[in-house]
Design a protein around this ligand. Structure first.
Ligand SMILES: Cc1cc2nc3c(=O)[nH]c(=O)nc-3n(C[C@H](O)[C@H](O)[C@H](O)COP(=O)(O)OP(=O)(O)OC[C@H]3O[C@@H](n4cnc5c(N)ncnc54)[C@H](O)[C@@H]3O)c2cc1C
Length: 342
């Protein structure tokens, strides 16, 4: 029988769980990894996300900013490699230029920390904003960055993990301690599920509604004042958004969809004639104080188990996915091969 110390369970199959499973295998190729989740693919929040790499520090607590910087740096390098490699097409990685705009200085990061992690970055001039018909926005950045189409990326990730021997199990957990004694380490990437699994009261859902339309003539993304965006994907253009706390229904309401469309049409009249494709609602896993990425020892019935938590990525789960996965993988290594770093 295989020793439990050489086995790792990853709970959660969104972008965080799958990235973490891949990062664990990169660091510890001989470990047996099992991914367990109640939802996969199109049923996860990650699947419908805009997939844009513009990682903000707005939700990072003051003490955590240096860690967020490292995570964005590592994610940026990873996406750069993906984009410039032969698998970009199947993995859903694209480079896309666009504009991040704000009416007031408070709504935009001065000296944004991601400026060296995106492909290119510069401040826009008043003249450029005027030429785009967007003079009401006083601050703007022209950014070329990565966009990772999650519907392709999750599928690509899962296929690669299967090829590397990872086992996938569909199961809903109500108590982490039921895994005690079964694995050398457990990585918890259950996003909002950790409210129940860990009793984490800092987690809360920020509901986002997205309208996807057919508008192949739109070739730039635009994001204004943190609330309205137009993001072209491979086939469809995503229009958003909304950030609502206290409502967790996943059914899109037509009034909100219409309001989002109106807002986007005011921002970019060229989408007025775009045919609607579908609407989607997702819950952003936000957490007061920021992402929880740490090791915890859980004990039950005289047995103990190391859990590495990696959840609470809020509005930037795709953007921070690879950096946080690498840190979680290093914790796994420290837990199952103590002294390996010495
Ligand atoms: C409208 C919208 C637009 C967005 N746009 C962007 C963007 O452009 N760029 C960006 O970086 N981010 C964006 N995000 C945020 C991003 O989508 C999330 O931060 C990210 O998807 C979180 O990933 P996750 O893997 O933690 O969660 P999820 O994708 O929700 O995955 C959680 C996993 O945990 C499993 N799970 C939970 N509880 C349990 C349990 N009890 N037992 C078993 N399994 C469990 C689930 O089944 C699932 O597999 C957007 C989000 C929304 C809603």
């Amino acid at each position: 029988m295989m020793s439990t110390s050489g086995s790792v369970a990853v709970l959660g199959a969104g972008v965080i769980g799958l990235s973490t499973a891949a990062a664990v295998l990169d660091l510890l190729p001989d470990v047996k990894v099992t991914v367990m989740a109640d939802k996969f693919g199109a049923d996860t929040t990650s699947y419908g996300s805009g997939g844009l790499f513009v990682p903000s520090l707005f939700s990072a607590g003051e003490d955590n900013k240096h860690r967020y910087r490292q995570w964005m740096r590592e994610s940026g390098s990873y996406f750069r490699e993906l984009l410039t490699g032969p698998e970009a097409g199947v993995a859903g990685a694209m480079a896309l230029s666009g504009f991040l705009l704000a009416r007031t200085e408070e709504d935009i990061e001065v000296e944004p920390p991601y400026r060296d992690d995106v492909i290119s970055f510069r401040e826009m001039t008043k003249q450029e904003l005027h030429r785009l018909g967007l003079s009401e926005y006083k601050h703007g950045y022209a950014i070329t960055t990565y966009i990772i189409n999650q519907s392709k990326y999750l599928q690509w990730m899962q296929k690669n993990l299967e090829k590397r021997g990872v086992t996938f199990i569909q199961k809903r957990f109500t108590d982490l301690s039921e895994l005690c004694g079964q694995f050398g380490a457990v990585v918890n990437c259950t996003s909002l599920g950790s409210r129940e699994l860990c009793g984490d009261r800092k987690l809360y859902a920020l509901r986002g509604h997205m309208v996807r339309v057919r508008a192949p003539w739109i070739k730039h993304w635009v994001y204004v004042d943190h609330d309205t965006y137009i993001i072209p994907g491979e086939d469809l253009v995503a229009l958003g958004g909304s950030k609502v706390e206290g409502d967790e229904t996943l059914i899109p309401d037509p009034a909100r969809g219409r309001e989002i469309r109106d807002r986007c049409e005011r921002l970019c009249p060229a989408i007025k004639c775009a045919e609607a494709d579908h609407e989607w609602v997702g819950l952003r896993p936000c957490r007061k104080g920021g992402i929880r990425l740490e090791i915890q020892t859980l004990s039950t019935g005289g047995r103990s188990m190391k859990v590495i938590h990696n959840y609470g990525h809020g509005t930037g789960g795709v953007a921070y996915s690879w950096g946080t996965a690498l840190e979680a993988a290093r914790y796994v290594r420290d837990v199952i091969t103590p002294g390996a770093r010495l």
